[in-house]
Design a protein around this ligand. Structure first.
Ligand code: ADP
Ligand code: G3P
Length: 495
């Protein structure tokens, strides 16, 4: 067993990475794929393009590194969560495009559920607020709007899966229809205490149980790849939603340990051990992983638009030509000249949960220039994280000692320093920022004995940089107050 192969299927790209025993990424391949925005607030992906790009990158790393499938100890899968695919089990053909986690099309139906008083019903069972973000209402939408979907389901020929399930199905040639506990806990259909699909919810939403995958531990062999795909079959031995995988990859194994991932969105997760903590402040209770015959829970704050706002600057406003350019521009000005951007492009997630909030660029004066707007965009990632962190400290009733960070935008040192300044917490950047993929690799490698135990893995976690708070408490407060005012404008935009 030379390496573990991690498949990291993200919102904007499919990546494959080979990891060695030290947890170092020795070879990477990445392919972006198409984002579809068929209506305002809708977001879709083509499931076949997701499968193809994932397969191509996996083959590419094996070829580039010159290793054969026999030398791969196991595959770990990690994925954008909640994104919903329904397909015909007879031919593996998707019924329609996948409905992406960011898609708001089912917001009116979620409102109706809330008005009918189902909020506590869902929260108690699933740990989640009712929101279009999760898979449940997306499945219902497809069943009700795509021709023949209900018929197929009635005949037992329809399957549902989040992206992990879709990849597993294709990798095993249709032999395995499974998901892990962490992904199941994002569907709004899974009872996170009794660990089963919830019959009352399924009845309420009229979703047939037969379309749902088997739920398995996040670490353990669940199937083997078709030999024809890589020349030899490889065990699939680890699966976790990308944010939970990052928590695992950041070695946050003790209650209270937390990480923040700055990718398309921002996701702050805190390990709460074997206790599912109910949030009073707009956070999610979620399953971190099923490992070693135990379930570990986490509190999560999900921010929908973080790095995506930087992409917006690049693609829509043409203010920058690359995301990396933002760091220099942020440093080129002393502050944002009073400008705040609230990138509520798809509503606001935690802790506000308002699908109708919209983006606001505010505080503009005649002196505001491109660099100020770019800086306000980068700062918006830190402010949104601050909001979540604040809610988490209140829920967990302990101040956070440090924040481990990762994700594409964690490459931006300005962002991390600013994060530390406004939260007053040291921000720790590890030597590998690919912690999502690494977490999936660890889950898979532990299952096949490539790594012995968590102690061995903990040793692999290395800090590359610590960002300590440099701003006074008053200075931080002033900035955070300005942010709160801007958020209020975004929240009440539709009134
Ligand atoms: N140096 C940077 N500064 C700010 N944002 C960045 C930087 N590098 C990447 N990003 C942002 O990070 C995101 C990519 O992170 P990644 O973790 O690869 O995302 P995902 O897994 O969600 O597809 C993009 O939205 C990009 O705009
Ligand atoms: O693809 P990412 O890294 O932005 O993650 C998306 C999340 O899993 C959505 O819940």
């Amino acid at each position: 067993m030379k390496y573990i192969l991690s498949l990291d299927q993200g919102t904007t790209s499919s990546r494959s990475i080979l990891f060695n025993q030290q947890g170092q990424a020795v070879c990477t391949a990445q392919k972006e794929f198409t984002q579809f925005y068929p209506h305002q607030g809708w977001v879709e992906h083509d499931p076949m393009e997701i499968w193809q790009t994932q397969l191509e990158t996996a083959r590419e790393v094996l070829e580039k590194k010159g290793v054969s499938a026999e030398e791969i100890g196991a595959i770990g899968i990690t994925n954008q969560r909640e994104t919903t695919i329904l397909w015909d089990k007879r031919n593996g053909r998707p019924l329609c495009n996948g409905i992406v986690w960011q898609c708001r099309r089912t917001a009116p139906f979620c409102d109706a559920l809330k008005e009918q008083g189902y909020t506590d019903f869902f929260r108690e069972k699933t740990g989640l607020p009712i929101d279009a973000y999760f898979s449940a209402t997306k499945i219902k939408w497809i069943l009700e709007n795509v021709p023949h979907a209900k018929e197929l389901a009635a005949k037992g020929n329809l399957l549902f899966g989040t992206i992990d399930t879709w990849l597993i199905w294709n990798l095993t040639g249709g032999q395995v229809h499974a998901t892990d506990y962490s992904n199941a806990s994002r569907t709004m259909l899974f009872h996170i205490h009794s660990l089963c699909w919830d019959k009352e919810i399924l009845d309420l939403l009229e979703i047939p149980e037969g379309i749902l995958p088997n739920v398995v531990p996040s670490s353990g062999i669940l199937g083997y790849t078709l030999p024809s795909l890589f020349g030899h079959s490889i065990p699939i031995a680890g699966v976790a939603g990308d944010q939970q995988a990052a928590l695992f990859g950041q070695a946050c194994y003790s209650p209270g340990a937390a990480k923040n991932t700055y990718g398309t969105g921002c996701f702050l997760l805190m390990n709460t051990g074997d206790t599912p903590v109910q949030s009073k402040n707009g956070l999610l209770t979620t399953i971190a992983w099923g490992f070693d015959n135990k379930i570990t829970y986490a509190l999560e704050g999900s921010v929908f638009v973080a790095g995506a706002a930087v992409q917006w600057l690049r693609d829509e406003l043409k203010m920058i030509s690359s995301a990396a350019e933002t760091e220099g521009l942020c440093h080129s000005v002393e502050d944002t000249c009073g400008v705040y951007l609230v990138p509520a492009f798809t509503g606001l997630g935690a802790p506000y949960w308002n699908p109708y909030a919209r983006g606001i660029l505010t505080g503009l004066t005649r002196g505001a220039n491109r660099a100020h707007i770019v800086r306000a965009t980068v700062e918006s990632m830190a402010y949104q994280t601050y909001d979540v962190l604040h809610a988490m400290e209140q829920d967990a009733d302990i101040p956070l000692a440090e924040l481990r960070v990762d994700g594409g935008a964690a490459a931006n040192a300005f962002l991390l320093q600013f994060q530390s300044d406004i939260t007053g917490v040291p921000v720790l950047r590890p030597s590998t920022l690919e912690t999502t993929a690494l977490g999936a690799a660890y889950l898979a490698g532990l299952a096949v004995g490539y790594w012995e135990n968590l102690t061995e893995i903990r040793r692999n976690w290395q800090i590359s940089c610590v960002f300590s708070p440099k701003l006074s408490k008053e200075g931080a407060e002033e900035k955070n107050n300005g942010w709160k005012k801007a958020v209020n404008q975004a929240l009440f935009y539709h009134n």
